[in-house]
Each structure stands twice: as C-alpha cells, then as structure tokens.
Design a protein around this ligand. Structure first.
Ligand code: SF4
Ligand code: SF4
Length: 93
C-alpha cells in the first residue's frame, strides 16, 4: 500500500509517502532511529505485517518538523530516505 502522511496548504504540498509493501520485507526498520525528530514508528497493519508510519502527532506539522533536514541550499541526503535501503520513503517537497 502507498500511505501518504501530511497536508496541503497555501504554500504547497507536504507529504511523506511510505510504500508499506517494502516495509513488510524490511529486516531492520532503520527509519525509526534515523529520524532525529522521532517521527517514524512501526505498527502492525490489518494483515499482521509490520509497517512504518508517521506518528499521528507529527502529521499536521511535517513541514516544520522536517525543516532542519531541508536547508534551502545544499540540502544533504535526508536521514530517513538514506536509512531506508528499500527505497520506501519519499517526500513531496
Ligand atoms: S526502513 Fe524503510 S522499508 Fe524499513 S520499515 Fe522503515 S520505511 Fe519501511
Ligand atoms: S526529513 Fe528529517 S525530520 Fe523529516 S522525517 Fe526525514 S529524518 Fe525525520
């Protein structure tokens, strides 16, 4: 499943997308430790598979929570994207 967490406002679209089909094959769950804000959690879905989610309390403020990882220029690789060796994590902005 493709799960989108985030929102749209007057300044743009801010979504973190997780391809949970890849999470079910993931042996390490490194996204949880990699995010300096602790935004990722592992949950068991309806099919009894362990998948990554963005924690509820962060979903309405991801633009601000991720700002430190996203300087305007010379943006380094995002820790969450880099940690996910399966390529399950993408950001819309
Ligand atoms: S590291 Fe990637 S594939 Fe593994 S649980 Fe996290 S988001 Fe899913
Ligand atoms: S960009 Fe940074 S703060 Fe945002 S989810 Fe990824 S690691 Fe966490």
């Amino acid at each position: 499943m493709i799960a989108n967490y985030g929102y749209m406002d007057g300044s743009g679209e801010y979504y973190i997308t997780i391809d949970t089909g890849k999470c079910t094959e993931c042996g390490h769950h490194n996204c949880v430790e990699a995010c300096p804000k602790g935004m990722f959690a592992i949950e068991t879905d309806d099919y009894d598979d362990e998948v990554a989610v963005i924690r509820e309390e962060f979903r309405k403020q991801i633009k601000y929570m991720c700002a430190e990882c996203k300087p305007v220029s010379d943006r380094p690789p995002l820790p969450c994207v880099e940690a996910c060796t399966s390529g399950a994590v993408t950001h819309s902005w």
